[in-house]
Write a protein that binds this ligand. Structure first.
Ligand SMILES: C[S@@+](CC[C@H](N)C(=O)[O-])C[C@H]1O[C@@H](n2cnc3c(N)ncnc32)[C@H](O)[C@@H]1O
Length: 207
């Protein structure tokens, strides 16, 4: 992995955000094929950064950080402006994210093994969600078969997520790409909504 990193990124890696192609080239082939469906496109990360740089951010947390693409490329944009966290409950994805973080030498990113539905990481001023509950629905492009697919489980998880998000302090912002699974989020108002070419991007604010 390190050789590929050096070949594509070189010594400028920290200051120069990776393209989708460059990021994908660092992944095992099985995870590359999931890229268009599971890992946030670079253009969406750049769009999110353009929003965040005008915000007062204490830290941002990616709920379901996968192979770390959102956190790592955002970190290349932010240049250590604020801490970036990711929690992921698939340890094999977490391992990939941790290896990439080391190879890219991005010190302000922290990844943790955690199921956010069981232990919610309270504290950040901002959260990011790329539809992590969708995987409970039957459909193609699944990451793996490790989780049960069930509409009832999806609804149960959605309710749990809404209740956990409700407990965030007022002013907390949640950025969703392809949504959080529902259309109504109790305790939140939509602050910004943009139909990007690749999907809907929304900022929700706890009020
Ligand atoms: C659509 S992918 C997005 C990955 C990453 N946020 C990105 O934008 O590149 C959703 C991720 O959420 C993870 N996930 C789903 N439910 C989770 C849970 N309850 N706790 C932690 N991670 C979860 C999945 O394993 C998957 O890696």
């Amino acid at each position: 992995m390190k050789n590929q990193f050096l070949r594509f990124i070189g010594k400028d890696g920290v200051g120069k955000p990776m393209t989708d192609f460059q990021f994908d080239s660092l992944l095992p082939v099985s995870l590359q094929t999931l890229s268009p469906y599971q890992w946030t496109p670079e253009v969406v990360i750049q769009f999110t950064w353009n929003y965040l740089k005008e915000e007062s951010v204490s830290s941002i947390m990616d709920l379901g950080s996968g192979v770390g693409k959102f956190c790592l490329i955002l970190s290349q944009y932010t240049k250590n402006k604020f801490p970036i966290y990711g929690v992921e409950d698939r340890n094999e994805l977490l391992e990939v994210a941790l290896t990439l973080k080391t190879n890219l030498n991005l010190a302000n990113v922290t990844f943790k093994s955690q199921n956010f539905l069981k232990s919610f990481p309270y504290g950040p001023s901002h959260y990011y969600l790329f539809n992590p509950l969708y995987e409970t629905m039957k459909g193609s492009h699944s990451i793996d078969d490790s989780k049960l697919k069930s509409a009832n489980l999806f609804l149960h998880n959605l309710q749990t997520l809404k209740e956990l998000l409700y407990l965030c302090p007022k002013g907390t912002k949640l950025i969703t790409y392809h949504g959080f699974g529902g259309s109504v989020l109790p305790g939140y108002k939509v602050q910004k909504k943009v139909n990007l070419d690749l999907g809907e991007w929304i900022v929700w604010e706890r009020v």
